[in-house]
Design a protein around this ligand. Structure first.
Ligand code: BES
Ligand code: MN
Ligand code: MN
Length: 455
């Protein structure tokens, strides 16, 4: 029996094991789940150790990560597999049809927080390795694992851990499955991810909430002031109005545009899948371009004033918002934070005090679109999915990919097993059971193909 047969034969068992991991509420952004994140890490380390891959839970100063290593032979390539076992918060909980940490199977999907992002995709790689070990007694090349616990939390200590463990993590190529295929039955290799910059903005007016009858009209309302500022971030064409925001912004190559032209795309299907009444976006760019190669600015949340039941007639003391900007190549997170701060200071009226907390973010990445690793990955996808991959980009960010390049000097293969419509970060997150099993098979095929690349 070969690795692929093994996976076929053990599909039910694989799914049951994944469900075990999905039951752990490893929400990295919420401190009350700190121990759960660690427990998920321990689950992963235990799983690897049981396979005979030496692994341990490592301290980073933040949530722990798991490092595993299987040594085969010095003349063979070393593949570093990265993934994350932390998940996003579940709110709004009332929109979930089932409990987020009680995985269930329905209509060909497994439904639970983290199933596609990223526990299911990450676990597919543990199964790929398992299939090899159980059927051949070894892995076809050297394999390292770096599975982390704070990808979804904005402040990560993993970079520092990587800098301090360069030798331990040294490899020839990194393999990451933490994104999506282009569509159903349309597997893809991603050659770019957007970066991100994150700021929190607060405006404060009166020292405390005031009666809106006694003071309304004479004291500026911080919520209105903040909303006006937010409304000045885009012009009527969807361009961002922050001065110098688009300095050096990357423009797509002809090769890249040709790849996009090959992709089947229905704007109407795309719209319907979101439930939005109409598409929106920067004029002069297609939806794929808007999503993959243009920078954006979004408010992720806005707070201020009375949110409880019934009415309360006040002028609130303050209002705040969280803003993220997606970045494309040549944009630097901290520079962008500085630019938005300067603009906010310029447009903020003197009726309120302004505070801006700049968190920086993640640098955009673009990986090579040819070479032996890529060709090997394309062959593996053909084996696992039965189709040739498309070349795509992703609008999301995986901060560590840039670190792999700059600190370890290694290129990353981005092979997503999920779908854009899997509800990542949303209620009712799902992962097609078919995609999970194809992911497991692709992982085994990747180990085989990558082991044959001359390093
Ligand atoms: N898996 C995603 C990244 C992703 C999103 C890839 C969409 C492909 C398509 C990852 O877990 C994620 O959510 N990243 C965050 C990073 C942020 C918290 C710094 C993101 O993109 O918002
Ligand atoms: Mn992810
Ligand atoms: Mn995510």
């Amino acid at each position: 029996m070969g690795p692929l047969d093994y996976l076929k034969e053990h599909e039910n068992e694989s799914m049951a094991q994944l469900k075990d991991l999905l039951r752990i509420p490893s929400i990295s952004a919420q401190s009350e789940h700190k121990d759960d994140v660690r427990r998920a890490g321990k689950w992963v380390a235990d799983y690897l150790n049981k396979l005979g891959i030496k692994a341990e839970v490592c301290e980073t100063g933040g949530h722990p990560c798991v490092v595993g290593e299987y040594k085969k032979a010095a003349n063979l390539p070393t593949v570093l597999i990265y993934g994350h076992y932390d998940v996003q918060p579940v709110d709004p909980l009332n929109l979930w049809k089932t409990a987020p940490f009680e995985p269930i199977e329905e209509n060909g999907y497994i439904i639970a927080r983290g199933c596609t992002d990223d526990k299911g995709q990450m676990f597919a790689h543990l199964k790929g390795a398992e299939a090899y070990l159980k059927t051949t007694g070894s892995l076809p090349c050297n394999v390292k694992f770096l599975i982390e616990g704070e990808e979804e939390a904005s402040a990560s200590k993993l970079d520092e851990f990587i800098k301090n463990n360069k030798d331990r993590l040294a490899a020839d190529v990194v393999l990451v499955s933490d994104g999506s295929q282009y569509g159903n039955d349309l597997p893809a290799i991603n050659f770019g991810l957007r970066g991100i910059a994150f700021v929190e903005v607060k405006v404060t007016g009166p020292a405390k909430d005031l009666h809106s009858g006694s003071y309304g009209g004479a004291i500026a309302n911080p919520i209105i002031v903040l909303c006006k500022m937010i409304a000045q971030m885009h012009d009527e064409n969807g361009h961002i109005t922050i001065p110098d925001f688009y300095d050096n912004v990357y423009t797509a190559t002809q090769w890249e545009k040709d790849q996009y032209a090959k992709l089947p795309f229905s704007a109407e299907e795309y719209r319907t899948s979101t439930g939005a009444p109409k598409l929106w976006g920067e004029k002069g760019f297609s939806p794929l371009e808007q999503n993959w190669i243009r920078p954006t600015l979004d408010c992720n949340g806005i707070t201020g004033g009375y949110q409880g039941e019934g009415g309360k007639t006040i002028i609130p003391s303050w209002a705040s918002t969280k803003i993220t900007m997606r970045l494309v190549p040549n944009m630097k997170p901290m520079e962008i934070c500085d630019k938005i701060e300067a603009y906010l200071r310029k447009i903020c009226p003197d009726t309120v005090k302004l505070e801006v907390v700049k968190h920086g973010g993640a640098t955009p990445v673009q990986v090579s679109t040819d070479g032996p690793w890529l060709e090997a990955a394309a062959r593996a996808i053909k084996t696992g999915f039965g189709k040739e991959p498309f070349f795509t980009k992703e609008g999301g960010s995986i901060p560590v990919v840039e670190t792999f390049k700059t600190v370890l000097g290694i290129d990353t293969l981005l092979v997503g097993f999920g779908q854009q419509t899997d509800n990542a970060h949303s209620p009712n997150e799902r992962f097609a059971i078919k995609d999970f099993h194809r992911g497991c098979r692709t992982s085994a095929a990747l180990l085989d193909e990558l082991s044959k690349v001359k390093k």
